[in-house]
Design a protein around this ligand. Structure first.
Ligand SMILES: Nc1ncnc2c1ncn2[C@@H]1O[C@H](COP(=O)(O)OP(=O)(O)O)[C@@H](O)[C@H]1O
Ligand SMILES: O=P(O)(O)OC[C@H]1O[C@H](OP(=O)(O)OP(=O)(O)O)[C@H](O)[C@@H]1O
Length: 193
């Protein structure tokens, strides 16, 4: 496909959604941020997503309306199949992805750019509590995914030869967003039609 998929992943609270919003606001119209379908209440804080019931999600998935889909944190997440049309038209497309699903994403889109967002571990809990979307118990469950996921990925992605960068978001959001945009520009020319 002529376009470029940019798959952003990282621990809960690392700033994936904030970075994607920043970059999408700053970049030109050839850069698309995919709006996800999630079985999360529409009233939830934060990410602008399509809110679906589990039954609606399952029906869309069965009809092949997702380019990618996964389950985590008691929720189902889907990337609309319009992703493939956008990539086919040559767009650079940003996706908020899952570490656990990453290998399947690489299999389906071998030339994707994987960006692992990291922050100092002590900041994660603090930022998640401030975000206020989940209860402290739910936050603890989200953070418990990190131990198993982080180390295994880095190693495997490098061995596979996947395009992979680590982006630190421990400092201010603007600096991290600039670094992300520079990384994207280094692998794809946003100016070309
Ligand atoms: N660089 C940063 N400095 C301070 N707060 C941040 C920064 N990046 C993100 N945040 C805040 O941390 C919380 C988690 O960020 P979010 O983008 O929702 O992370 P994720 O999507 O990875 O879970 C949000 O409240 C967000 O406003
Ligand atoms: O396999 P993992 O890397 O742990 O990711 C699991 C899911 O968690 C995140 O979603 P969500 O927006 O619900 O959570 P977050 O904003 O707290 O990261 C991420 O975008 C994945 O959909």
């Amino acid at each position: 496909m002529p376009g470029q998929l940019v798959y952003i992943m990282g621990p809960s609270g690392s700033g994936k959604d904030s970075l994607l919003q920043q970059v999408a606001q700053r970049a030109d119209t050839r850069l698309h941020l995919m709006k996800r379908c999630i079985t999360r209440s529409a009233e939830s804080e934060g990410e602008d997503a399509f809110s679906l019931s589990p039954a609606e999600f399952d029906a869309m998935e069965a009809r092949g309306e997702f380019a990618m889909s996964w389950r985590a944190n008691g929720l189902a997440y889907g990337i609309p199949a319009t992703l493939d049309a956008l990539l086919g038209q040559g767009h650079t497309v940003l996706v908020n992805g899952s570490r656990a699903y990453c290998e399947q994403a690489v299999q389906r889109y071998p030339s994707l750019l994987v960006v692992l967002v990291q922050v100092q571990p002590q900041l994660l809990m603090q930022r998640l509590l401030l975000r206020g979307r989940e209860s402290p118990e739910e936050i603890a469950q989200r953070l418990s995914r990190n131990t198993t996921l982080d180390t295994a990925f880095t190693q495997r992605l490098r061995e596979q030869g996947t395009r992979f960068v680590i982006l630190d978001n421990s400092s201010d959001l603007q600096s991290a967003a600039t670094a992300l945009l520079n990384t994207i520009e280094s692998v794809t020319s946003l100016e070309q039609p």
